[in-house]
Design a protein around this ligand. Structure first.
Ligand code: NAG
Ligand code: NAG
Ligand code: NAG
Ligand code: NAG
Ligand code: NAG
Length: 386
């Protein structure tokens, strides 16, 4: 303090002399001023910290300081955080939390960023995917237009390498049994996980016994240009159709609403959210569509036919052969895989596509045994175009 007074007095006499002669003395004075300021700030900060810790606790105080200090660094990332798909599919949300999170929908329909709509291929399997090499070839070169999700028995550990399209695409899974509500739960779980990626626009359910019948470009064009979602839904009389209806479901579901259809569907984002958020039809099917009802053949077709009949094509994209009769469709192995076999599937039918007759009715087929893989890979480029 003493030296400060002296410099001021001297400077007052003759500023020019002061500058010239006292240059060396000013520096220590400045340093002292700085130290004092620093001390002051330090004391204020200590009091501030003690106050914060007393009132908010240590952890909260730290977070509070961080949130005060860093806002400029976090702001630009907020939109990106919403757009970016989850980097790790193995989250720890349970179904209640997952479905809630998946049901978020933007009400403004124009995306304020470049969004390339993707197809989510959702594989519902018990364990391994024996036809994976065929799918790898199908997807090759179309990165950015698809995402993959695999639901398998929780006891199964997948071991795909980093170069595989199935690498780390497994979602948290639970046991799913054919014909039971746990099967619909697994399908909803797949949809909900796929909904977390805002770029997924169409959702296809497949099994480990499914194969693609067309190349990716055709599949993408067919699905993206369709006005309808491809979900089998028909009104069938007899014991395996209306015969499975239970009158206790009325008036939420009446007998005239009852629909049947293959479980292998394709739905758009809107219908995917409707399926995940449903809590009106779910309890009715859970309670009154039991064992010999085969709930996975009725729940989604019936619910969506009641809610949005105008959005459904009422047919599936997945070919299957029921002609042999019995409770299960035919499975095809090595000996069945010939050009003629696929010619029959690919050219055998006409169907409606966007209200016009079309010769392309199926994009996928089932059921194929692991032994079919070799011949399928041999025929793929000639017959399927990939
Ligand atoms: C998920 O966790 C929440 C919160 O702990 C709980 O309320 C809910 O019942 C759980 N849901 C399931 C399906 O376990
Ligand atoms: C799968 O991996 C987990 C953890 O790595 C292990 O505890 C479990 O035994 C494995 N299961 C099988 C069927 O290999
Ligand atoms: C079932 O029938 C009742 C009585 O006719 C009617 O009120 C109800 O809306 C119907 N439910 C559906 C889903 O159509
Ligand atoms: C599908 O069936 C519903 C009745 O359940 C009907 O309203 C709808 O028009 C049908 N879709 C097509 C594309 O014909
Ligand atoms: C897909 O198949 C169609 C018809 O078979 C063919 O014209 C087209 O070139 C194929 N696309 C690719 C990328 O191979």
């Amino acid at each position: 303090m003493q030296s400060r007074v002296v410099t001021l007095e001297e400077g007052g006499k003759d500023p020019a002399t002061f500058l010239r002669t006292n240059q060396s003395r000013v520096l220590p004075v400045r340093i002292l001023q700085f130290l004092l300021l620093f001390l002051g700030v330090g004391i204020v900060f200590s009091f501030f910290s003690m106050y914060m810790i007393r009132y908010f606790g240590v952890q909260n105080a730290i977070t509070l300081v961080q949130s005060r200090v860093h806002p400029c660094f976090e702001e630009p990332n907020i939109l990106e955080r919403w757009i970016r798909p989850p980097s790790n599919l193995l989250h720890t949300m349970n179904d209640t939390q997952l479905f809630w999170r998946a049901s978020f929908i933007p009400r403004i329909k124009d995306y304020p960023f470049k969004r390339t709509p993707k197809i989510a291929f959702m594989f519902l399997s018990r364990g391994p995917l024996p036809l994976a090499p065929l799918w790898e070839r199908f997807f090759k070169g179309h990165e950015g237009l698809y995402s993959i999700y695999v639901h398998s028995l929780p006891s199964y550990n997948a071991s795909y390498g980093p170069s595989s399209v199935f690498y780390r695409r497994q979602i948290p899974s639970q046991v799913a049994e054919w014909g039971m509500m746990s099967m619909c739960d697994a399908e909803r779980r797949l949809l909900a996980n796929a909904l977390l990626d805002i770029s997924n626009e169409w959702f296809i359910l497949l099994s480990e016994a499914c194969i693609p019948l067309q190349n990716f470009s055709i599949v993408y064009r067919y699905i993206s240009r369709s006005r309808y979602s491809f979900l089998g839904a028909f009104d069938e009389n007899g014991p395996n159709g209306r015969g499975r209806y239970n009158g206790n479901m009325a008036p939420v579901v009446n007998i005239t609403n009852w629909r049947k259809g293959s479980q292998w569907f394709e739905v758009n984002r809107k219908l995917a959210v409707d399926i995940v958020e449903d809590n009106v039809f779910y309890p009715k099917f859970q309670k009154f569509c039991r064992p010999s009802c085969y709930v996975d053949e009725h729940y989604f077709p019936t619910m969506l036919s009641i809610l949005f009949p105008q959005l459904l094509a009422n047919r599936t994209l997945t070919w299957v052969d029921w002609s042999r009769g019995g409770a299960h469709p035919a499975t095809f192995g090595k000996a069945d895989i010939t050009k003629q076999f696929f010619k029959k599937i690919l050219e055998g039918e006409t169907c409606m596509y966007n209200n016009q007759p079309s010769s392309v009715c199926y994009l996928f087929a089932r059921k194929f045994a692991p032994s079919a893989l070799g011949p399928l890979l041999e025929l793929a480029s000639e017959v399927f175009g990939f």
